[in-house]
Design a protein around this ligand. Structure first.
Ligand code: CMC
Length: 435
């Protein structure tokens, strides 16, 4: 747990006519929390909060977000400034080290990442074993987990040198692992990284180049990709980051912890929403573009259908990431003069939902995944790779949280409690007496 500001006030609760005082802690942006960590030892009670809707699992100095005001800052810097003025590697440094790098620091960081972009040749053989139609997120989590079999020299979370090398290896290799998963699905030869290129250019080349033709990297695609990776780079205690922290809290190595985070991100309610969103838009197109029908389905409480790419647990007015990339999305589509029915349906859906009382009253706005899928599609990224791109973007955030947790003197294994609702003690029934 990173430093919290002290607060003299306390919260009081009355349990079985006894008044209990609980300390109040306060963050640097004046967010307040009631510290219940000693409640059980003092009273026998626990707190219950399904889905952690109101539970802070830690204090953290990495990312600040205010869902009501639509604020997102990494290490104090507004996301709008970082998205406009940095490249992704610079943001990785900021998230992991806490400060923007000097020119010299950035050069050193880039050089180290460049040095580690290749995969071990034996690792390339894994790709032969995966089925052609394997989901790239499954490949990504498997291969990242497997890094711990190849780099046994950097698995100790308590050794700063080992941690640093494993961080650089992960940042360097994830785009290569990701691009290979796409090449596998398309049957094209794997393209080695080119360390003369920058991070995003290298990734685009590994994805789209083939040995038989020259490959031209579109600078607008590089700009769009940089921006997308930056806006995805951290989002405080979301599901996948909490997973990384949870797994890491048991002192599992960094590769294993990140592999678990990738699995959590894959879910359609989290990072998988970008893929689910484009699949939904295609379904609407196949259904004569009947946007109203899908809006009605989403509002129907007897139907489980939800509009993918709408709503957010934290943002209740707008998603600042969505605002940034919507501008990029509009510019890219205009430049490319793309005539794609998917974009028309997306625009119509956005318009209908933004003006419908069901969505307005529940504060359900298009989230980052609504627009990111549209941009990825314009760049030529296949739909199954959308969540993989999210994972590449989120990697520095996962790493920063994992490292922050390990550096904290108050680190504990994460182990929630429960209220048991099953059978009370029963007499064992031997097999022959069971009916
Ligand atoms: N379509 C229709 N209704 C919705 C939607 C939606 N996308 N999202 C929420 N609602 C309704 C929900 O039915 C509930 O209605 P009521 O109050 O009548 O019961 C109300 O809005 C509140 O929903 P909730 O499920 O309590 O909200 P939550 O904070 O638990 O869920 C969410 C947040 C993102 C999981 C949810 O909005 C959702 O399922 N959205 C679609 C999936 C999606 O786009 N996920 C990407 C999130 S952004 C990327 C990331 O950071 O992971």
């Amino acid at each position: 747990m990173s430093d919290t500001l002290t607060n003299d006030s306390t919260a009081k609760i009355i349990l079985d006519s006894t008044e209990i005082e609980l300390p109040v802690i306060e963050g640097s942006e004046n967010e307040k929390g009631i510290d219940v960590s000693r409640l059980r030892s003092q009273t026998g009670y626990i707190t219950v909060d399904e889905g952690f809707v109101n539970t802070g699992s830690t204090s953290s100095a990495i990312t600040y977000l205010d869902g009501e005001k639509g604020i997102l800052r990494y290490r104090g810097y507004p996301i709008e400034d970082l998205a406009q003025r940095c490249d992704f590697v610079e943001v990785c440094y900021l998230l992991i080290h806490g400060e923007l790098p000097t020119e010299q620091e950035l050069d050193g960081f880039r050089a180290s990442i460049r040095r580690h972009t290749m995969l071990h040749e034996d690792m390339r053989d894994f790709y032969k074993g995966f089925p052609r139609d394997a989901h790239p997120m499954a490949i990504l989590s498997s291969v990242v987990g497997a890094l711990s079999t190849f780099y046994q020299d950097s698995l100790n979370p308590s050794d700063p040198e080992q941690v640093e090398i494993s961080i650089h290896r992960l940042l360097a290799k994830l785009p290569t692992i990701a691009a290979y998963s796409y090449k596998k699905s398309s049957g094209q030869p794997l393209v080695y990284p080119d360390n003369d290129l920058k991070y995003c250019e290298n990734f685009l080349r590994m994805m789209f180049a083939v040995p038989s033709e020259p490959y031209h990297i579109d600078p607008d695609f590089v700009t769009a990709l940089n921006m997308l990776l930056i806006v995805h780079a951290d989002h405080e205690q979301n599901c996948s980051t909490s997973t990384v922290r949870m797994v890491g809290s048991a002192n599992a190595n960094l590769f294993a912890s990140i592999s678990a985070g990738i699995c959590a991100l894959w879910g359609p309610l989290h990072g998988g929403a970008n893929e689910a969103c484009v699949n939904m838009l295609n379904k609407i197109i196949a259904d004569d573009g009947n946007v109203e029908k899908y809006v009605a389905m989403a509002k129907d409480k007897t139907n489980n259908f939800r509009l993918m790419g709408f709503g957010h647990r934290v943002y209740k007015n707008f998603d600042p990431r969505a605002t940034i990339i919507k501008g990029m999305c509009d510019r890219l589509l205009e430049k490319m003069q793309i005539d794609d029915p998917l974009f028309d349906v997306a625009k119509r859906l956005e318009e209908v939902a933004l003006n419908d009382d069901y969505f307005v009253s529940r504060k359900l706005y298009p989230n980052v995944d609504f627009y990111s899928g549209v941009i990825y599609r314009a760049i030529g990224i296949p739909v199954q790779m959308f969540t993989v791109l999210f994972a590449i973007g989120r990697l520095p955030g996962w790493i920063a949280h994992w490292a922050e947790m390990h550096q904290s003197p108050s680190k504990k294994i994460c182990r929630p409690r429960q209220i048991y609702t099953g059978e009370c003690v029963r007499e064992f029934v031997p097999l022959e007496n069971r009916s």
